[in-house]
Design a protein around this ligand. Structure first.
Ligand code: UT7
Length: 323
C-alpha cells in the first residue's frame, strides 16, 4: 500500500516583530488584554515581503536539506488566503523561483485549515499513483488583509510560512484524517468580499477587503468541533491518546487550546504552542509549529502526532501522522 511519508519541516518568518505594547500605540488595547485573552505577546509582520517570498524561503530550505532536485517535485499545493495575486497563484510563483518545472501547482483556500487540507489533497494524489514527490506549504501575510483600526482582530494575526515535503512510501506518513466544512456558519469569519463592477451589474457594488470575525462564535465552534474531530481520528485509527507524542493545534488562542486539552483529558505537555511569539498565522500556523518542533529536536522517527486546523469557512481538519 502506498503511504505519503512526510520528510522535513521548515518555515520562514519575517524578521520584523511587533509587541503588544507596540499595538497599544495604534489601537485602544493593552498587553494585559491581549496576552490574557489570547496568549499572544509578539508577532512577526512583513515589512517588505509578500506571501510568495516567505513560501519560497521555506521551500528552498526544504529542498536543500532533503537534497531533492527541483525537477523531481511533481506537485506543489499551497494553503493560503492571502496570496500575492488572484492569478498567478502563489504555488506557481514558488515553482518558478525554485525551478520545479515538472510540478503542477495550485493554491488551496481553506483559511486556518488550509495546510491540513493541502496535505490531504497531496496525499490523495500520491495514493492515486500519479505523484511521487510533493511540496506542501502554508503561507500567509494576513497583515495585508487586516483592518489596522479594528482592535478585535488586528492584535491576533501574524505573517509567516512553513511547509513539508511528501513522498510515496510504504511506511509511516499520513495514517488517518477527519475533514469537515460548515458553510452555514461561514459569515462568522469573512475577508475579501467583492461584488461585480461591470457596467452591466445591477446590484449594489460592495467590497470588504479585511478580515471580519465574530470571535465568540469561532471560539465556540473550535472548542466544540476540534475535540470531536480528534476523538474521531483516534477511534478510526484505533490509536490511544497515550500513543500520541504531540498534538499540534492551529495557533489561534491559548484559551481555545486549553479548553480542547481539557475536553480531551490530555496532558498539557502533549500540546506544542508558540502562539506567544508567532500569533495567529492562519494556514501557516501548523507547519511553522512543526518546523520549530523539528528544530528543537522534538520530532523523532516513529512518533505519532496529531495536527488539527480550524477556522474560516468554517472548516476544520485533523490528521494523524507517523513520523
Ligand atoms: O484563526 C481563525 C480562528 N479564529 C479564532 O479562533 C478566534 C477565536 N476567538 C477568540 O480567540 C476570542 O473570541 C477573541 C480573542 C477574538 C476575543 O476574545 P473575547 O473574550 O471573545 O472578547 P470579545 O470579543 O467578547 O470582547 C470583549 C470585550 C469587548 O468590549 P465590551 O463590549 O465588553 O466593552 C471588546 O470591545 O473586549 C473588547 N476588546 C478589546 N479590548 C482591548 C476586543 N478586542 C480588544 C482589544 N483590546 N484588542
Amino acid at each position: 500500500m502506498i503511504i505519503s511519508r512526510i520528510i522535513g519541516f521548515e518555515s520562514a518568518l519575517p524578521p520584523f516583530t511587533v509587541t503588544n505594547d507596540d499595538l497599544a500605540k495604534i489601537v485602544d488595547t493593552s498587553d494585559e488584554w491581549i496576552s490574557s485573552r489570547t496568549g499572544i505577546r509578539t508577532r512577526h509582520l512583513t515589512a517588505d515581503q509578500n506571501t510568495s517570498d516567505l513560501c519560497i524561503i521555506a521551500a528552498e530550505k526544504l529542498l536543500k536539506k532533503a537534497g531533492w532536485a527541483p525537477e523531481s517535485v511533481d506537485l506543489i499545493v499551497l494553503g493560503s488566503v492571502s496570496p500575492d495575486y488572484t492569478t498567478p497563484r502563489t504555488a506557481c510563483l514558488v515553482q518558478e523561483a525554485l525551478g520545479c518545472k515538472n510540478a503542477f501547482c495550485f493554491d488551496l483556500a481553506a483559511a486556518c485549515s488550509g495546510f491540513i487540507y493541502s496535505l490531504s489533497v497531496a496525499d490523495k494524489f500520491i495514493k492515486a499513483g500519479g505523484v511521487k514527490r510533493a511540496l506542501v506549504l502554508g503561507g500567509e501575510t494576513l497583515s495585508k488583509i487586516t483592518d489596522w483600526s479594528d482592535r478585535s482582530t488586528c492584535v491576533l494575526f501574524g505573517d509567516g510560512a512553513g511547509g513539508v515535503l511528501m513522498e510515496a512510501s510504504e511506511e509511516g506518513g499520513i495514517l488517518c484524517e477527519d475533514i469537515h466544512s460548515d458553510g452555514s456558519k461561514g459569515m462568522a469569519l469573512t475577508a475579501g468580499y467583492r461584488t461585480n463592477k461591470s457596467p452591466y451589474y445591477k446590484g449594489e457594488p460592495k467590497s470588504s477587503e479585511f478580515i471580519d470575525m465574530n470571535g465568540r462564535e469561532v471560539f465556540t465552534f473550535a472548542t466544540r468541533k476540534v475535540p470531536e474531530s480528534i476523538k474521531t481520528v483516534l477511534e478510526k485509527s484505533g490509536t490511544a491518546m497515550e500513543d500520541i507524542r504531540y498534538i499540534v493545534l492551529h495557533q489561534a488562542n491559548t484559551r481555545i487550546n486549553d479548553v480542547i486539552a481539557r475536553k480531551l483529558k490530555a496532558p498539557a505537555e502533549k500540546f506544542f504552542t508558540n502562539i506567544d511569539r508567532i500569533g495567529n498565522t492562519s494556514g501557516a500556523s501548523v507547519p511553522i509549529a512543526l518546523a520549530e518542533m523539528n528544530e528543537k529536536g522534538l520530532l523523532k522517527k516513529g512518533d505519532k502526532i496529531l495536527i488539527s486546523g480550524f477556522g474560516g469557512g468554517l472548516t476544520w481538519a485533523t490528521m494523524l501522522i507517523e513520523l
